[in-house]
Design a protein around this ligand. Structure first.
Ligand code: GLA
Length: 376
């Protein structure tokens, strides 16, 4: 008998999986309505689920111990459910807020997406649940529509003012490709990324420094960007091109200049990276990644000593380039390496961490995997 049947005494109606992600380039651009380039990871959150007609949402997570959290869907209100169960509850709430007449369900959740590592375990959880609800209640929503529901769940119920990248990555990425997404209108293109064919590998180095976007720093950065756009008379920083950057910077108070410089240059780096991928020159991404890290470290200031060390040690060990990925304040670094160098580069970074007295980083190799889907 599987876990669901053990918990709920009957079989699930189906099982849905949604992956975590790493972003190749385009960080802190999504809420500025700019461009991002994530890939989905093979690691997923899986939701086994069955519809309930009594309006109760019952939640179980194999990762979070045995207890079943139970809540009446009609009673859901922002902040009313906290911890891991808050994410699936938030999705049910956001669906109802958007006018979809969804009721109860019982869910059993499992995951191999590392948590607190900047790999979007929360978005994967939201998206697995959103997809399950979509099928259980026959809502017929598209992947981008579900992504917007999941983002609203996180913004308004969980209380993290994230952009749209992670939910779109989890729902819309395709195996073998990066998702080139315009965060303003959600137009997207699958850009082939054949790492193995190019003799390359993408290392993910989880620094084990807890990444937590709920502590206000992320919200403050987002607010700073929105203030800058307002002062410049623009709908969003996405509307500022590199040619207009010097004049714009001269117009802004000191504290906002580095934020704006990062966003404008980062959008350019996404365009450059896509051009190299389209030309089949994957190794040329390396210097773009490293330049992106410098911008996040020096201008946006969301790196930390551990991510900085992982980047410099990886590059010193022969990586084509490396950068922190995700929101920052810890989390993971990606390093583009020759396939044959993956082991040695990981070993060098681990040795540098030991030397610095940091925790041993967790290492995985990322291949662009398939986005969220029904698996049973
Ligand atoms: C987090 C957020 C995303 C995005 C990144 C930074 O992952 O959830 O929306 O803003 O940080 O690029």
């Amino acid at each position: 008998m599987n876990t669901f049947a053990q918990i709920y005494g009957r079989a699930p109606e189906g099982e849905w999986a949604a992956p975590g992600r790493v972003n190749l380039i385009g960080e802190h651009t999504d809420y500025n309505l700019g461009f991002v380039l994530p890939i989905a990871l093979p690691q997923t959150v899986r939701a086994q689920a069955r519809r309930r007609d009594d309006g109760l949402l019952r939640l179980h997570s194999t990762r979070e111990g045995g207890a079943v959290v139970e809540v009446a869907v009609a009673d859901l209100a922002p902040g009313g459910v906290t911890g891991w169960a808050g994410y699936p509850a938030a999705v049910a709430w956001a669906l109802r807020e958007a006018g979809h007449e969804v009721g109860g369900a019982e869910l059993s959740l499992d995951s191999d997406v590392p948590t607190g590592a900047g790999l979007s375990s929360s978005a994967a959880l939201e998206c697995a649940v959103a997809l399950a609800y979509n099928d259980l209640y026959g809502l017929g929503l598209s992947a981008p529509e579900l992504a917007l529901i999941a983002q609203r769940a996180e913004n308004a119920f969980v209380g993290v003012p994230c952009g749209i990248m992670d939910q779109m990555a989890s729902l819309c990425c395709r195996a073998g490709a990066a998702l080139h997404l315009d965060s303003r209108d959600l137009t997207m293109r699958q850009v082939p990324v054949d790492l193995a064919g190019a003799g390359l590998a993408l290392l993910v180095l989880d620094t084990r420094v807890k990444h937590d976007l709920g502590d206000g720093a992320y919200a403050a950065l987002r607010a700073g960007c929105e203030r800058a756009a307002g002062l410049l008379g623009l709908p969003a920083l996405r509307d500022l091109g590199p040619a207009d950057l010097p004049a714009a910077l001269a117009h802004l108070p000191d504290e906002l200049r580095p934020l704006v410089r990062h966003v404008v240059t980062e959008n350019e780096r996404v365009a450059e990276a896509v051009a190299h991928l389209d030309a089949g020159d994957l190794a040329a991404l390396g210097p773009i990644l490293t330049a992106g890290h410098a911008s996040l470290r020096d201008d946006y200031r969301v790196s930390c000593p551990e991510t900085d060390l992982a980047v410099s040690a990886a590059v010193a060990a022969g990586a084509h380039g490396a950068r922190m990925t995700g929101g920052g304040f810890g989390g993971s670094v990606i390093a583009l390496v020759d396939a044959t160098a993956a082991g040695p580069v990981a070993a060098e970074v681990t040795a540098a961490f030991r030397e610095a007295g940091y925790a041993t980083p967790r290492t995985l190799t990322a291949v662009p995997a398939e986005g969220a889907r029904r698996i049973a």
